[in-house]
Design a protein around this ligand. Structure first.
Ligand code: UDP
Length: 241
């Protein structure tokens, strides 16, 4: 079931259901892409028809963030749970091992994808990571050529939003990968170069606060969260009247 949050159709799924859906899509014939928008991205999509269209074109739209779940509650169409992109990615790795599917990691600063690959292989013995490339390229063509030479089943696209979303839209079909998924800074998380918040903070929906303390430069971007909630409340009032 889909739940509309400010025009973005989120899949109302638990983590297990999201993985089951990915499994089903992977066994189909068509290439597809998945997105994991947080409230900052939804806010951006509220002001960009182009971004909204890309999000709407995704086969799976997962709510990455407490802000999106809060908005769904305000709108009285509550999402079952947050499905953070990095957690989904980790669970997806188990599925890839189980099904013997290959993975290519694209994104982050040079060297990070390789470090992330090592950690992933340690955590998921047997995982087939067939290639990696950093996300700071000027011309996409040689990068795509490298990926296509290996034809991975799955491509993690970690270029930050909305660059990764436009990349997936632009190259769907051209890239020989069944599934592409935009995962922001997830490779930094796997590599350990950017630490995730302690579990208790994640439980209390304070992961955003932890990231802000660690990277104060994110303040400008994070100011979109209160603006987003304000817009959701205004939308609710408009719908009521
Ligand atoms: N990045 C990239 N190429 C670029 C710009 C950014 O590969 O041209 C990477 C960056 O190194 C980081 C990720 O994209 O690993 C974005 O991380 P951020 O935490 O900002 O993403 P979010 O998850 O918040 O969208």
């Amino acid at each position: 079931m889909k739940i509309d949050i400010m025009g973005v159709p989120f899949d109302n799924v638990t983590m297990d259901e999201a993985i089951a859906r990915a499994k089903e899509l992977l066994s189909g014939g068509e290439p597809f892409y998945c997105v994991t928008p947080n409230s900052e991205i939804v806010y951006e999509a509220m002001h960009s028809e182009e971004l909204l269209t890309v999000l709407r074109g995704a086969a799976l739209v997962l709510p990455d963030g407490a802000g999106v779940v809060l908005a769904s509650k305000i709108l009285k169409t509550p999402l079952t749970q947050k499905v953070a992109g990095v957690d989904f990615a980790d669970r997806l790795l188990s599925l890839l091992v189980e099904e013997g599917r290959s993975l290519y990691l694209l994104g982050s600063a040079p060297g990070i994808a390789e470090q992330a690959a090592e950690v992933m292989r340690d955590r998921h013995p047997g995982l087939d990571i067939c290639g990696t490339a950093d996300g700071y390229f000027k011309d996409a063509a040689p990068v795509i050529e490298k990926i296509n030479a290996l034809s991975p089943d799955v491509l993690f696209v970690c270029l930050g939003a909305p660059k990764q979303e436009f990349f997936m839209r632009d190259h769907l079909g051209e890239i020989h990968a069944k599934m592409m998924i935009g995962l922001g800074g997830s490779l930094d998380s796997f590599a350990g170069t950017v630490k995730r918040a302690p579990k208790w903070m994640i439980r209390l929906n304070l992961e955003w606060f932890y990231r802000l303390i660690k990277q104060p430069s994110r303040l400008g971007r994070m100011m979109r969260l209160p603006k987003f909630i304000h817009a959701v409340l205004a939308n609710k009032r408009k719908c009521k009247s």
